[in-house]
Every structure is written in structure tokens, then in C-alpha cells.
Design a binder for this molecule. Structure first.
Ligand code: C2E
Ligand code: CA
Ligand code: CA
Length: 733
């Protein structure tokens, strides 16, 4: 914009300048024309005046030629420019003064010569002075003649034409007197001309060698009965885009470009400045972040250091005070790390510490934080840990992870760790005390044999220790397959016919004998062990169900319980498919039991999983129905086949009115949704009667049979088969 504006303004200025120059040139031209015109005018006037003077003397004494001769000699120097004077009595040239001049014209009859005739006659007729321009004078040179007709009175006093008195001006004289050479010097072309008074044709007296151009100025030179013109023009016409003007325009463009560049740099300055500030700020921020990272993190593992731990602990205490929250601090020290370091070298030791940091990361949740205090000492802050049990579950996981054999520099290495645990706010209420008490607990763990967890408050130690031991034993139980499945029969209430069984997990503990699921399943869930255990249960149930169906020639269904972790396992679908494929059990005979809370956790994902399972042909049952969310409206969104009324509602029917109402409504809800309804925990005939009365389809409970090992269960089915009528009657009565 600045460039365009600059060019416009500069161009306009240059244009004005150029116009001013043009008008100045015009002015000079006019002045030149006027000046040289004035000189020519002088010459014309002199020639005329000379004829006047001669005529006056002649009229005094027309015969005294000698005195005329004398007079002309006196007159001529006065009338510089006039070359000679002539007397032409009767129109014929008789005398030329000075006698030294060219005498050629003598005898020339002006009134008869066709070249001079017309003008000469006109002069006589008008009785007035006249300037004639013979194309060629008698002297042989071009020029002009001022001619005066002399009249003299005759005897009667009547004026009679006597003849002419003429003053001759030669062309060279005109050129010299008019100073036309100066026009040549100024590179001006010129033309002195007139319109012939007789013919009206233009006649040129003098012209420059160079022709006139378009820009011309004329000035008039007064002659009797008309005028002459002196026209002047520059030899080379001025173009508007002459070199000066073009140079100016070029300079204008250059200046405009420079102005534009300066403006641009001025405008860009703040932008560039802002960019620079942003760059500097960014690099400063990065440097800061780097410094902060260095100041607060351990360079080997990238974990937070002691400074960050103290800061975070204080923050955690503040948060916990605000929300009445609890948290746990775990202090971890690797057992015998020094000997590993010494035997394998520092490099290996460092690699080991990195590996351990990775393991720790796997054991904690996203809200928890891990720090390295230096050496082989780590601290973990577990947020939102309600009790010692939860803390010990994580601690147990850490023990197990660290104890796994690791490959360090191609060698299998064994490592254990000792852990001390403190709880906020039970054990201490400030960061410093929490850390030193955790240290005390950790030393206790070391003292009592390493590879252990110790709580600072000894009371917690025992419970936690038992749990940890149990988790450890569970892990072993998976390896040695110390689990078995018991089966509990389900029968059709209307006909008494057995329709299937539920598989219930049992743990054969080497010391404690049969451990009930209520005791170990929550532990298995906390430690994540439920996934492999549940997978085993699924595979085994399918296999055994297929076996006894084949054995008895029946098509009984088998219900398997799924835990939340299994349900969220991405591999669940594949595992179910494999269990079916391995056993050969038809998919529709497998029923997976899930709870309401599992469906409601992430309803969309749960529904997707359920749809996928259903596509396999597997049936789905909602276990413990009525105890959970009971968002009945949601029920229709999930692809389920069956509702299992929770035992707690069945227990008190028909006596408890409230439970009876709930049981009744679950049945009618199931019916309206087209679902099968199973009542669990049916122990009495009254309960069974009530359920039958209200249209419940299937019963499960001690009344029909306790959960039994596979062999006994098959035996029971066989007796039922043999004494089917009896059982039917039990139900029918
Ligand atoms: P659940 O799924 O509700 O299983 C029914 C429980 O009720 C079983 O307890 C069964 O023995 C008991 N029961 C059946 N009939 C009666 C009765 O008439 N009266 C009384 N009082 N109880 C009866 P169990 O076998 O101790 O199982 C407890 C829970 O453990 C199960 O409850 C289930 O949630 C879980 N569980 C069992 N096996 C597995 C398994 O393989 N995987 C998973 N994830 N959980 C399992
Ligand atoms: Ca169940
Ligand atoms: Ca149940």
C-alpha cells in the first residue's frame, strides 16, 4: 500500500513538475518567437521608413537624381538592414542606390513582369506602402521589398502615379538581422512566412534546416495590409516521457519501494518482537521445566526424588485433612542389593534399579506415586487407600513382582524386597514422622527375615500378614491346581425336572482344608488372581458339564460365575470361545452369571461385551438380582436371558411381606421382559410353594441339593433320573 501510495503521489508530483517544465519551455519558445519577431519587425519597419524618406525627397525635386543619390548614401547607414534603395519611375527600375549594389534589376518593369505585376498593381491601386516578396529578387538573391507608390500632382493639381520607391532587404540580411543563427544554436526550428495577399497561398521567406515540429509558437510581424508570421518550435519534440521525467519516475519508484520496505519493517517489528518474546519464553520455560525436573527427579529412573516426595506428602496431608481422606506410605528397600551391586557391577545394579522402577509402576494405580530416595530405597504413596487390607494387597503384589526372576545382562537374577507401611492419619500426621515410621516398619520386615511387609502398627501386621500369606498361597494353588468345582442343581419348578447346574469354586487348602469362596474370592479379586482362577473354572466347568451330559445323555446347562475383572478382560470372548471349543459343549448350554454392578459400571461397554457373548450363543444371567442398582429401566438394554432372585429375598418368604413383594415383582418383571427367573437359596417347601404360586420358573437351593463335587453330582442326577418321579413330586406337592 505504501509503495502504491508513494508511486501515486511521487508520480503526480513528477507529472506536475514535468508539466511546469513544459510550460516553461513553451514560455521560452514564445519569448524567442517574440524577440526574433521583433527584430524582423524592425527590419520591415526600417525598409518602409526608408521608402517614406526617399519618397518625401523625391516629391520635392523629382529630377535631381544627384541629390537623391547623395541622400540615399546618407539614409542607408541610418536604416541598417536595408540593402539598397530603388527608384522605378513608371514602374520600371531606373536607379539603384548605392551604385555599388547589384545593378541587375535596372530596366525591370514591375507592372509588366507576371511575377511582380499583381502586387505592384495592388500597391498602385491602394496608394499605400506594400511589402512584396518576390520569389527571387532581380539581384538574384531572395529577400523582400518595401515599396511605396509615389503620386505627383499634374498641371491641374490632380495626383498622378509617378512610380515606385523601393527598399530592398536581402535574405542574408534578414537571417543576420533576425539573429536566426541563435535559434539554430538553441536547437529551435523556425519559419518566417506570410499568406500571399493575392493568392492567399503561404509563402516562406526563411526557414531553418530542421523542420518545424508539433509544438510551435507563432508571433505576428505587422506589415501594411496584413501580417507575417514567425513560427518557432523545438527541433526535437518534447515527449511527456522524456529522459528527465523517466529518471524522476524511476527515482519516485525507488523511493516508494524504500518507504514501503521501511514501513514494512516498522510494522513487522512488533510482530517479530512478539515472536521473539514467545520463543525466548518457551525456551526459558523449557529450561525451567528441565531444571525443575532435575531438581525433583532421580536421573537414573526418572522417578520423583526425596524433595518431590516431601512436597507431595505435605500436599497429600493437606488434601486428606480437607476430605477426611486416608492414604498409605510404603517404604521399600531391596534385600541384599549391595551384594548384587558388588558381584555384577554398578552397571548391572543400575539396570536392576530401572527394572524395579518399572515393576513398581505396574503395581500401582494412576493416582499413586513412586519415588526413589537414593540407593535401593523407594517410596510409594498410595492415595485413597481405606485400610490396611488394601495397602497390604498392593504390598503383596509388589513382593511378588520383585521376587520374579529377572534377566539382567543376560543372567537370571533373583531379588527380594522388604516393605514398611505407615497409614495416614492412624500412624502419624506429618510427612517427617510418616517417613521415619515407615523406616522403622521396613527394618522390622528386614529383621523378621526379609521378603516381607511390616506395618508400623503391629496390630495390623497380623491380619495383613495372613492376607499376604493367603494371596501367596492362592498363587501357588493356581500352579498346583488346588481348586475344584462343586455343582448345585437347578430344577424346573413346574415339572421338577433338573434343567442345569451352577458351578461353584472350592479351594482345597493344604492345612485348612476346604476354603469357602467368600473367604478367598475377594482376595483373588484384589490381587488380580481371579482372572487365571476364573479362567480355570470356566474351562473346567465346560469340560465336566460336557462329560456328564454325554455320560447321562442329558442337555443340562452349566452356569459359571464371572467376576468384574474377568468381565472387563479384553480376552474374555476369546477365552469363552476356547473353553467351548476345547470341551465341545454347545454354546447355548453355557450360562455366564454376572451381577448388576458389573453391568452398570460402564453400561455401554458392558452391553457391547454382552452382545458379543450372546453372539457366540452363550446365555447370560443376572446374579443376586435385587441387591444391586435395580435400575430396572436399564434391564431391557442388555441382552440377558435370565434373572436370579437373590437368596436374601427368598430366605424370608412368605413370612416377610416386604421380601415377598420384592420376590413377586422380580418374577413379574422377568415375565414381562420374557426372561427366565431363577430363585436361589430355596431351602423350604413354603418358599418353593410361594415361588411356584407366583410363576417363578426355576429353583436352586439346599432343598433340591447342596453343591457337590462332580462325582457326587453325577450320582445325584442318576438317582433323580431313576427316582425322577419322587423329586418331581417333592416339587409338585
Ligand atoms: P453365588 O453365585 O450367589 O452362589 C450361590 C451361593 O449360595 C453358593 O455359595 C451356594 O453354596 C450358596 N447356596 C446355594 N443354595 C443355598 C441355600 O439353600 N442356602 C444357603 N444358605 N446357601 C445356599 P458358595 O458356593 O459359598 O459361593 C459363594 C459365592 O462365591 C458365589 O455366590 C459366587 O459369588 C462366588 N463364587 C463361587 N464360585 C465362583 C467362581 O467360580 N467364580 C466366581 N467369580 N465367583 C464364584
Ligand atoms: Ca452365582
Ligand atoms: Ca447368587
Amino acid at each position: 500500500m505504501v509503495f502504491v501510495l508513494g508511486v501515486c503521489i511521487g508520480g503526480a508530483a513528477a507529472g506536475l513538475l514535468e508539466r511546469a517544465r513544459a510550460s516553461e519551455r513553451q514560455q521560452k519558445l514564445t519569448e524567442a518567437a517574440a524577440a526574433h519577431g521583433a527584430l524582423v519587425q524592425q527590419l520591415v519597419d526600417r525598409s518602409l521608413s526608408a521608402t517614406y524618406a526617399m519618397a518625401a525627397v523625391l516629391q520635392q525635386n523629382p529630377t535631381d537624381l544627384a541629390s537623391l543619390e547623395r541622400l540615399s548614401r546618407k539614409l542607408l547607414p541610418l536604416y541598417t538592414g536595408v540593402d539598397n534603395l530603388q527608384l522605378s519611375p513608371g514602374g520600371v527600375v531606373r536607379h539603384v542606390f548605392p551604385a555599388t549594389a547589384n545593378q541587375g534589376p535596372i530596366g525591370h518593369d514591375l507592372l509588366l513582369d507576371p511575377l511582380s505585376r499583381d502586387e505592384a498593381r495592388l500597391t498602385v491601386e491602394t496608394r499605400d506602402l506594400h511589402i512584396a516578396i518576390p520569389t527571387k529578387l532581380r539581384q538574384g538573391k531572395p529577400g523582400f521589398v518595401g515599396r511605396y507608390p509615389v503620386f505627383m500632382a499634374d498641371s491641374q493639381g490632380t495626383p498622378r502615379f509617378w512610380g515606385f520607391v523601393s527598399a530592398v532587404v536581402l535574405l542574408d540580411t534578414i537571417v543576420a538581422f533576425g539573429q536566426f543563427d541563435r535559434l539554430d544554436q538553441r536547437e529551435l526550428a523556425y519559419q518566417l512566412w506570410r499568406s500571399n495577399p493575392i493568392t492567399g497561398q503561404p509563402e516562406t521567406l526563411v526557414r531553418s534546416a530542421a523542420p518545424l515540429t508539433e509544438v510551435m509558437v507563432s508571433t505576428s510581424i505587422g506589415v501594411p495590409r496584413g501580417s507575417w508570421q514567425l513560427t518557432v518550435s523545438p527541433v526535437t519534440p518534447d515527449s511527456f516521457f522524456n529522459s528527465t521525467h523517466l529518471a524522476e519516475l524511476l527515482i519516485v519508484a525507488l523511493i516508494a519501494a524504500a518507504a514501503a520496505a521501511v514501513t514494512r519493517s516498522m510494522l513487522m517489528r512488533p510482530v517479530e518482537l512478539a515472536q521473539m518474546v514467545r520463543r525466548r519464553t518457551r525456551s526459558l520455560r523449557n529450561a525451567n521445566a528441565h531444571l525443575r525436573q532435575k531438581a525433583t527427579h532421580d536421573s537414573l529412573t526418572g522417578l520423583g526424588n526425596r524433595a518431590l516426595l516431601e512436597h507431595d506428602l505435605n500436599q497429600a496431608i493437606e488434601d486428606a485433612q480437607r476430605n477426611m481422606g486416608k492414604f498409605a506410605v510404603l517404604l521399600l528397600d531391596l534385600d541384599d542389593f549391595k551384594s548384587i551391586n558388588d558381584s555384577l557391577g554398578h552397571r548391572a545394579g543400575d539396570a536392576m534399579l530401572k527394572v524395579v522402577a518399572g515393576y513398581l509402576n505396574r503395581c500401582v494405580g494412576p493416582e499413586d506415586a513412586i519415588y526413589r530416595l537414593g540407593g535401593d530405597e523407594f517410596v510409594i504413596v498410595l492415595k485413597r487407600i481405606g485400610d490396611a487390607g488394601a495397602a497390604s494387597a498392593v504390598a503383596g503384589k509388589i513382593l511378588a513382582e520383585v521376587a520374579r526372576p529377572h534377566l539382567v545382562q543376560g543372567r537370571e537374577t533373583h531379588l527380594t524386597t522388604s516393605l514398611g507401611v505407615v497409614l495416614y492419619p492412624q500412624d502419624a500426621s506429618d510427612a517427617e514422622s510418616l517417613l521415619s515410621l515407615a523406616d522403622v516398619a521396613m527394618y522390622r520386615a528386614k529383621k523378621s527375615g526379609r521378603n516381607q511387609v511390616a506395618f508400623f502398627s503391629a496390630a495390623l501386621d497380623h491380619a495383613a500378614q495372613t492376607r499376604l500369606e493367603l494371596v501367596d498361597q492362592l498363587r501357588k494353588a493356581i500352579r498346583v491346581e488346588a481348586f475344584e468345582l462343586h455343582y448345585q442343581i437347578k430344577a424346573d419348578i413346574a415339572s421338577g425336572r433338573p434343567v442345569g447346574a451352577e458351578a461353584l469354586l472350592r479351594w482345597r487348602h493344604p492345612v485348612r482344608g476346604q476354603v469357602p469362596p467368600a473367604e478367598f474370592i475377594p482376595l483373588a479379586e484384589e490381587s488380580g488372581l481371579i482372572v487365571p482362577i476364573g479362567e480355570w473354572a470356566l474351562r473346567t466347568a465346560c469340560m465336566e458339564a460336557m462329560a456328564w451330559n454325554r455320560h447321562l445323555g442329558t442337555s443340562l446347562t452349566i452356569a459359571v460365575n464371572l467376576s468384574a475383572k474377568q468381565f472387563q478382560d479384553e480376552a474374555l470372548l476369546e477365552k469363552v470361545r476356547m473353553a467351548l471349543a476345547h470341551s465341545g459343549l454347545p454354546a447355548h448350554l453355557l450360562e455366564l452369571e454376572i451381577t448388576e454392578s458389573m453391568m452398570m459400571h460402564k453400561p455401554d461397554e458392558a452391553a457391547a461385551t454382552m452382545r458379543a457373548l450372546r453372539q457366540l450363543g452363550v446365555h447370560l444371567a443376572v446374579d443376586d438380582f435385587g441387591t444391586g442398582y435395580s435400575s430396572l429401566g436399564y434391564l431391557s438394554r442388555f441382552p440377558i436371558h435370565c434373572l436370579k432372585i437373590d437368596r436374601s429375598f427368598v430366605q424370608n418368604v412368605p413370612a416377610c411381606e416386604a421380601d415377598a413383594t420384592i420376590a413377586r415383582s422380580i418374577v413379574s418383571l422377568g415375565k414381562s421382559l420374557g426372561l427366565a427367573v431363577v430363585a436361589e437359596g430355596v431351602e423350604t417347601r413354603e418358599q418353593l410353594d410361594f415361588l411356584r404360586q407366583h410363576g417363578c420358573d426355576i429353583a436352586q437351593g439346599y432343598l433340591l441339593g447342596r453343591p457337590q463335587a462332580a462325582a457326587e453330582f453325577v450320582a445325584q442326577l442318576r438317582t433323580m433320573d431313576m427316582a425322577g418321579a419322587k423329586h418331581c413330586e417333592t416339587i409338585r406337592e
